[in-house]
Design a protein around this ligand. Sequence first.
Ligand code: NAI
Ligand code: MG
Length: 789
Amino acid sequence: MTDIADILDRMEYGPAPEGPGIAQDWLARHADGFGHFIAGRFADPGGLFDVTNPATGDVLARVTQGTTEDVDAAVRAARAAQPGWAKLPGHERARHLYALARHIQQHARLLAVLETLDNGKPIRESRDIDLPLVVRHFYHHAGWAAVLEDEFPAHTPHGVCGQIIPWNFPLLMLAWKVAPALAAGNTVVLKPAEYTPLTALAFAQIAQECGLPKGVLNIVTGDGATGAGLVAHPGVDKIAFTGSTAVGREIRRTTAGSGKALTLELGGKSPFIVFADADLDAAVEGVVDGVWFNQGEVCCAGTRILVAEAVAERFEARLRARLEHLRTGDPLDKCTDVGAIVHPVQLDRIRTLVGQGLTEGAELVQGTAPAEGCFYPPTLVTGVHPASVLAQEEIFGPVVTLTPFRTPDDAVALANNTRYGLAASVWSESVNLALECATRVRAGVVWINGANLFDAGAPFGGMRESGFGREGGRTGLTAYLRSPAPTDKRKPVAAPPAPDPLPDAGAGYGNGVDRTAKLYIGGRQVRPDGGYSYPVAGVKARAGLAGLGNRKDIRSAVEAAHKASAWAAQTGHARAQVLYYMAENLSARAPEFAARLQGMGQSAARARAEVDHAVRRIFWYAAQADKLDGGVHSTTAKHLTLTLREPLGVVGIACPVASPLLGLISLVLPAVAMGNRVVAVPSQTAPLAATDLYQVFDTSDLPGGVINIVTGAREELTRTLAEHDDVDAMWYVGTADGARMVEAASAGNLKQTWTEAEGARDWTGTHGRGRDFLLRATQIKTVWLPYGE
Ligand code: NAI
Ligand code: MG
């Protein structure tokens, strides 16, 4: 008999396997293969491909590769069902979502085992993390369906949503997509990932069992080609995608100009910052939850540990000891910490990236993993340069780098040295230090003294190349709703022809009538780089000359805007003071501005009204500068889950041709009120009201670089802004072609875009301003702050 003392000494576990029987029986009933789930029934299987268990290599099932016709049938079914689904009273939709939640709970064991078989994640995680979060998501959104009409008056669903999800949290990502879409009155065509389609098919069966109306949920299986077909389908009104940044970029390009709403939840390379005063043992456990959880196949995994030099050695020693005790192996074993990598292709990708890291001088500390099967040992990497591949590329495996830092400023700089901005973990016993760091790290989610915490009530999503849009809570729901649209639908206006360049002889400046208006960059009036100007038409003679800006001017303006980042750190109150001053100064010069507008062709009455509206609008945004608050959300016990509304950064704004003063003010003011810096391209044909504003800015204490103005050919200047990697968002009012160009060009750094047809909005009416503008000018950062001992 084994001696108890001996067991305690060795501290080894015996195997504790979960029985796969329940899932195997279910799979055996579908041995002929799975067809798509369309219009409430499973279609006949056809064009089958194998779905495997990565831990063993066994084929689990065969599913259908979706064709263009399949996607089309699913979209048609969703379209047919949508009006009826949206018309159901919220209470009725809520009952359906509630039934889904109940039935998922009843089938929780089947779903957890199936998930583990298909994906390779440890059963402990699918059972104790994925499934409870899935259930919570459906309950939470059943609630939203019930209160939708009261909470979102006048909002409407998009219609048919195309949803594409990855393989790392197959059922959880389905829940994140399907629950809010259905709650809001949309219908869905969902494509699960080709490596892990099985729980989605089981979910379809559950929906059938619950009596979800036909066509409300459709599931089409297949690979990237099926996904691309769904993205391109003209019958889809909104695309929601979670997956790699590369595919997200492609989707942004494909949907450009289509009018489809888009949310992208993409990759990450999230920092895990350990300050010198952190509870080191807790931080070590945080790494286990942060990157070794789900084999590191987590978009928000804390894959870059940054640790204060003073404690780096101690921390590393403890982390190594912990790593050696992690158990990698059979995912069905309840004692397993790290399961199988989803697919041999992914295993290859991890090995290739780590191999590249080794050639760059990285050093590895590795735990153990079974030699057979699709396993990769938990890995700690030291000696990486911040620019090296292992510090920059998303690996999506159980691999974490460790880099020491000296000061909190260094930590923030290293943390932000990435194209991504999904999540961050911050470890410190000082709430001041932790919160200060949380506000400075560029990430959509920040966990203080924690990692990978999720809840249906807390917005989740990224900044920068991690995508845009949020999932969870009220904000997540807005991604599935259209806010009330402008009512004034006038005929779209054609793009102004490119201006005629006139050589801008230096002597031309300041000589009477034809004084050339300059550009405004970094708080100074500057001549256009190319030395050209262009004529601005007036009532009888020309109204004047404006500088003809070029790419170089745009680049200088973007640089100036970046330098003015202190504006974002000012309080709303301080920003409001500048804006009030601006309104006052414009008001004092109202007759002069009205005359200018009249000179460019407006009637006296309209010109006066436009200036008056502009003054009021500035006051309105001054008033709003300190009013758009974040919130505190009800989530996991013992956490204050805060949302902060942060500016986007540098926003490019291409203004409408008509309403040359009010159009610009209506777009630029909400952006700067929220702390953004702006590069604006004013009305091409009537830019002189905008250039007259320079003096108003100068006399209003507006810091240089907060508003930059480059006059010239709108489409050309817009393209440079939309392609610029240091521009964080692009707003464009103009033509359909211009909108397509902006959306396609934005794919480079995945900047957020807002495009609208010129003439769609009456700038003098109630749609000319509003909370919507402020929401668009900000992005949410969710901060999880624990309390209690
Ligand atoms: P992926 O981005 O190709 O796959 C995600 C989903 O998109 C799958 O359902 C796939 O079928 C679909 N898809 C692929 N190409 C598409 C296209 N052109 N149009 C529409 N849908 C398309 O990710 P993949 O190749 O499986 O993994 C590659 C890398 O991507 C991973 O190593 C990881 O770094 C990253 N990744 C990130 C995820 C995240 O949640 N941030 C999730 C999955 C992968
Ligand atoms: Mg699989």
